[in-house]
Design a protein around this ligand. Structure first.
Ligand code: FAD
Length: 465
């Protein structure tokens, strides 16, 4: 028998996979006995926010990830396909129908038992192992403390602070100027990084202000502009407050409106600090400045540095449009601060989703250091298969790194542990296609074809498939 703590997207998929291999499973899910601040139902695999599983085509890394999961018999993908609603090239689902179908499939499986209870301690008794911890970004406090003790408190994180992102082509370039603080620019990067630890994808989290080593677009504000912006910010409406909002924020990650409430000039000494930014049109530092940092390789998205915020989205659009240069900015994503409990994967995990210290202890889902519904379910898929394998006395298996699932596992276990950030699946964390494929669309197609070939071969070798 294996035990799984958490019946979310990862836990439900892990349970299904293990049971499909003939192994008995007990899923311990705390809802409805103990709710989270965000879940609204007692269904397993509840979608806490959007109803989208994102792109569903093979020219998109998350589309490839889904196809791999389908081939591996994913319950989450099967039910998502059954409950899909029209959403263009994306896979979106009827959220209630989807979660209800997953719950029914799990609860009616003869090898799976679902116990509704909060697990507050990591069990010591050998009968609990193999054990998969899949308690998600809202892991209860008691278990979070246990996990912190297990992995080391410095390897467990609690919050994600996300800055808004705007489309580059909607920034008024006549009003902004390009400069780095104190004129320090990006240091040249080595051309061959194949042996270096994997770099983080372009950061989109909001914490931290210009460290002086980037090329930024700067929006200068006069005193009048700053005062008007400040008044609008401090009177704007905040998003619905969840319980976790009452908890303390990290001082380095305060929402801008919280900072602003501390005093009229606080932002001018924080994310709107103008020193070191000479406006070429005046030859002087502006009264205040907002820095925009390139957020993706293509350079068509820029994030507002240090502008994590909990304002309602409509309010963000209204207030941030008062920043010179952003009057007509189109928001690719609005800012947020939300609870996100996750471990530092590279220090704790192997590519099999086993911990480095124990073959029979697994992490899966958002808490393992992946980001997103599909990625969470994908990690649960392999963790569940491998937990079943360990129970049956076999070795856990690694998926080829050329598959999306293998690349995700590789990222979580091999990324640079310094400032580790959970990642969505992207083609950027997969090995590049063979030399000679140069066109962008051809490269994506080549990566996807190679991934599915590798997966099919892997499945042929899998005696338990
Ligand atoms: C506010 C918010 C919004 C998000 N929006 C999106 C989005 O729109 N799109 C997207 O792709 N991703 C989103 N995510 C990220 C992430 O993909 C989802 O949170 C996803 O549900 C993670 O799957 P999971 O299985 O790891 O966790 P969950 O689906 O949260 O499942 C974990 C389960 O463990 C249970 N649990 C927790 N502690 C215990 C315990 N001690 N004992 C027993 N059970 C326990 C919980 O009740 C829960 O059912 C969001 C995250 C948050 C926090």
């Amino acid at each position: 028998m294996i035990h799984i703590i958490g019946g979310g997207l990862a836990g439900a998929e892990a349970a299904w996979q293990a049971a499909s291999r003939g192994v008995r499973v007990v899923v311990h899910e705390m809802r409805p006995v103990r709710p989270t601040a965000v879940h609204k139902t007692q269904q397993l695999a509840e979608l806490v926010c959007s109803n989208s599983f994102r792109g569903d085509k093979l020219d998109n890394a998350v589309g490839l990830l889904k196809e791999e999961m389908r081939r591996l018999g994913s319950l989450i993908m099967r039910m998502a396909d059954v409950h899909r609603v029209p959403a263009g090239a994306a896979l979106a689902v009827d959220r209630e129908g989807f979660s209800k179908a997953v719950t029914e499939a799990i609860e009616s499986h003869p090898l799976i038992t679902v116990v509704r209870e909060e697990i507050t301690r990591i069990p010591l008794d050998a009968s609990w192992f193999p054990l998969v911890i899949a308690t998600g970004p809202l892991t209860s406090d008691a278990l979070s403390a246990e996990i912190a003790a297990l992995v080391g408190g410095e390897h467990l994180y609690f919050y994600d602070a996300i800055s808004p992102i705007v489309s580059a082509e909607t920034i008024d370039m006549n009003k902004v100027f390009r400069a780095s603080r104190w004129n320090r620019n990006i240091r040249s990067r080595p051309s061959d990084s194949s042996t270096a630890p994997l770099e983080q994808p372009a950061p989109s989290v909001g914490c931290g202000i210009d460290d002086g080593e980037g090329d930024y677009l700067n929006c200068p504000l006069t005193r009048d502009e700053y005062d008007r912006f400040y008044d609008a910010l401090t009177t704007a409406e905040s998003a619905t407050v969840h319980d976790f909002d009452k908890e303390r924020f990290f001082e380095g990650c305060l929402p801008i409106e919280v900072m602003a409430h501390r005093g009229r000039d606080t932002l001018r000494f924080g994310p709107m600090k103008p020193v070191g930014l000479t406006d070429p049109r005046t030859g002087r530092y502006p009264y205040a400045a907002v820095q925009l940092r390139q957020d993706n390789i293509a350079g068509d998205h820029f994030s507002l540095v240090g502008f994590q915020t909990q304002l309602k989205w409509g309010e963000q659009a209204r207030v941030l449009a008062m920043i010179p240069g952003l009057e007509r900015a189109e928001f690719i994503r609005f800012g947020m601060v939300h609870r996100n409990t996750y471990i530092n994967g590279p220090t704790v995990l192997r590519e099999t989703w086993q911990t480095k210290n124990r073959d029979d202890l697994f992490f899966a889902g958002q808490i393992s250091g992946v980001e997103g519904y599909v990625e969470s379910a994908a990690s649960g898929l392999l963790a569940g298969r491998n937990a079943a394998a360990v129970f049956q006395g076999e070795s856990a298996r690694v998926l080829p790194r050329t598959t999306a699932m293998g690349a995700l596992a590789h990222y979580v276990s091999h990324a640079n542990p310094a400032n580790y950030q959970p990642s969505n699946i992207t083609f950027g964390i997969m090995p590049p296609p063979d030399a000679g494929v140069t066109k962008k669309q051809d490269r994506k197609a080549a990566i996807s074809e190679r991934a599915l070939r590798a997966l099919d071969e892997w499945m042929r070798d899998d005696v338990t498939a």
